[in-house]
Structures are given as structure tokens and as C-alpha cells.
Design a protein around this ligand. Structure first.
Ligand code: GDP
Length: 330
């Protein structure tokens, strides 16, 4: 058995070739839910959905989110109506009382659907309608995710980190905002001062997550702050990682990221924005996979390879390096 901790880009890229090295039937992916939002009443789980669409062979591989070739008629019409009605675009984060009323899982992540600020494709939206409707019928996010995974034909096990609400709130020089507002609407422009995982102290990791953390764990090259951070904020997760072999793949090459806001967020929470900072953020990691151009000197075993992943061949190469690192520490 092997468990991957996943955000929405780096780890799904690794999964692209992991099946050549690790049996999917013995693989569990724990997905971050700190990025989730309720948008116009629908629960959107971007990190789970990337793994879902990837496993189902429908992922848009240009963006690493959404469904390839999806249409966007509903999203476009929402803009047209808002404009015709003279409604301001937003993102329209709902007022505090609206954040804690209604579906508990959507606390502190509720946005109006007016002029929908995230681009949700039409087929993509059908997933959110199904998910939200099954939640309203009383199923947990874990159960709903399993149902969706079956519908997309996933051959690995995909579990959300928690069935409880955890909202990643970024504190910036322009005030606090949900991670999706910071990243999607504001393109990471405001200066990050701190990051809060609202709800984490009273949230629990699911039983499925804790069971998965009893196996060796691969922390994929995800954003340490906003993709892995929410998991680490859950009670019991750090302890579970301390007790099992853990290999982490750096999302940095020394101080350079491949994509996304990892560097700004690392600095914002007080880590060096580099592989050395990642090692500091992951004291539970027993070994690291670093890029061959990354000369960082770490106090733990390191396996080096070309860690840029542009397809299954690259991903399989990195997965083999992960396997080598696991053999050193397991
Ligand atoms: P998010 O949910 O979309 O923010 O995605 P993740 O947290 O899973 O991934 C973001 C991280 O993936 C960034 O810090 C990137 O540096 C890293 N990343 C993206 N592409 C690659 C790649 O090809 N190789 C490696 N090693 N890291 C990558």
C-alpha cells in the first residue's frame, strides 16, 4: 500500500506516470480540501476534481483543471446576465452570517454565483451539481467522492482529507481573502502576510485518511502551504506522518518553482521559498526527491532526478526516484 498527498497540479502530474511503478489498486490519494469553495450554492473541490478528471482520462492537460474540451455556456451567461443587470462582478464573498449558515461543509468558503469568478465548464459543473446534491441527501464528502470516482472509472482510491470544513484564508496587505479569491481572481497579486486554515482545529481527518497514513506516504511536489498545509493542520496528521516512512518531492529547484504561488506563500508564512524551506516545513519527511540541478544540502537522504514533468514518461521517472527513496527509508 502507498499513499500520496495531493493538491491540484504537482501531485496529479506525478500520478500521470505513477501507475507504471506503483500498483493503482494499492494506491490511495488523499486530496486537499482547503481550496474548496461553494460557488452559487455548488460545492467545488478543485484538487479532488483534478485527480478525478485525470483518473477518468478527461482532464484538460493544458490547465491541469477542468475537463478537456468543455464548453462554458453557463459561465458566460452568468457574466452576460450580471452585466445586463448592472451587478458588480466580484468575487462576491458572502457576508459572515451567510458563511456559517447552511451546509456546514461550506463554512468560510461561500461565494455568490453572480458573474461566477471561477471558470466552471458545463460538464465540470455537472460534477458539482451531483456532489452537492448527494451531500444534501446526507452523504459525506468521502462517500460522494467514492461515488464520483466510480463514475469516472478511477483505478486508485481517492479520499478527501476531511469531511469537515477547512477554509484556506490568506491574510494580505489588502485584507484577508479566501485562497481562490487571492489566486484565481487576484492572480496572487496582494502581498501575503499569513495563511489561516479556518476550521482546522475543530475538523477531523477522515478514518480513511488516517488508515491511508498508516502506509508509506509520498508528499508530491505540491504547494507546501496551501495544498499540504491544510492536511498538516488537522489533528493527528503530523503524528501519523511521524510514525510512517515519508518521501517528499520538492516543488522547487533550489529557489525556483515550476508554477504557481508557492514561493510567495512560503515567504508569507515565514519559510524560505526554496527546497531548504520545504525540508523545514516537512520535519516528518524521511527522504527527498530533488531535481538533478538542485544542489541543496539536506540532513536527510536525497535521490536526484530531472523532476520536471511534462507527461507520463517524466512522471514515471520521478515515480522511480520516489521508489528508490522509499527503499532507503522504509
Ligand atoms: P495547486 O493546488 O494547483 O496549487 O497545486 P499543487 O499544490 O499540487 O502544486 C503546485 C506546485 O506544483 C507548485 O509549487 C509547482 O512548483 C509544482 N509543480 C508544478 N509542475 C511541476 C513539475 O513538473 N515538477 C515538479 N517537481 N513540481 C511541479
Amino acid at each position: 500500500m502507498l499513499t500520496f498527498l495531493a493538491g491540484g497540479t504537482g501531485t496529479p502530474k506525478l500520478l500521470d506516470g505513477a501507475a507504471r511503478v506503483f500498483d493503482p489498486a494499492a494506491t490511495t490519494v488523499v486530496g486537499n480540501t482547503g481550496d474548496d469553495v461553494e460557488l452559487g450554492g455548488l460545492l467545488v473541490c478543485p484538487d479532488l476534481d483534478t485527480v478525478l478528471f485525470h483518473g477518468g482520462g478527461v482532464l484538460d492537460r493544458g490547465t491541469w483543471w477542468g475537463i478537456d474540451g468543455d464548453t462554458r455556456e453557463t459561465n458566460a451567461e452568468l457574466f452576460r446576465i450580471a452585466e445586463a443587470a448592472g451587478l458588480e462582478r466580484g468575487p462576491r464573498y458572502l457576508p459572515d452570517d451567510a458563511q456559517t449558515n447552511g451546509r456546514e461543509i461550506a463554512r468560510w468558503r461561500r461565494f455568490s454565483g453572480v458573474a461566477e469568478f471561477m471558470t466552471i465548464g458545463d460538464r465540470d459543473r455537472a460534477v458539482h451539481v451531483t456532489r452537492t446534491s448527494l451531500l444534501d441527501e446526507g452523504r459525506t464528502l468521502t462517500e460522494v467522492t467514492r461515488t464520483l470516482a466510480d463514475a469516472f472509472g478511477l483505478d486508485l482510491d481517492l479520499v478527501p482529507m476531511s469531511d469537515d470544513p477547512v477554509a484556506t484564508i490568506v491574510r494580505t496587505d489588502e485584507g484577508e481573502m479566501h485562497f481562490q479569491e487571492y489566486w484565481v481572481a487576484r492572480r496572487g497579486d496582494p502581498a501575503v502576510e499569513d495563511v489561516e486554515f479556518r476550521g482546522a482545529e475543530s475538523a477531523e481527518p477522515t478514518a480513511e485518511t488516517l488508515a491511508a497514513l498508516a502506509a508509506p506516504v509520498v508528499v508530491g511536489p505540491s504547494n507546501p502551504v496551501t495544498s499540504i498545509g491544510p492536511m498538516l493542520a488537522l489533528p493527528g496528521v503530523r503524528e501519523a506522518l511521524d510514525a510512517t516512512p515519508v518521501v517528499a518531492v520538492s516543488p522547487f529547484v533550489e529557489d525556483r518553482v515550476f508554477s504557481g504561488p508557492a514561493a510567495e506563500l512560503m515567504r508569507g508564512v515565514g519559510y524560505e521559498a526554496s527546497t531548504a524551506g520545504v525540508a523545514e516545513a516537512y520535519p516528518f519527511a524521511d527522504a527527498f526527491v530533488l531535481d538533478e540541478a538542485d544542489g541543496t544540502d539536506l540532513d536527510r537522504p536525497v535521490v536526484r532526478t530531472d523532476t520536471r514533468m511534462d507527461g507520463p514518461e517524466d512522471a514515471a521517472r520521478v515515480a522511480r526516484a520516489v521508489d528508490d527513496a522509499l527503499r532507503e527509508v522504509a
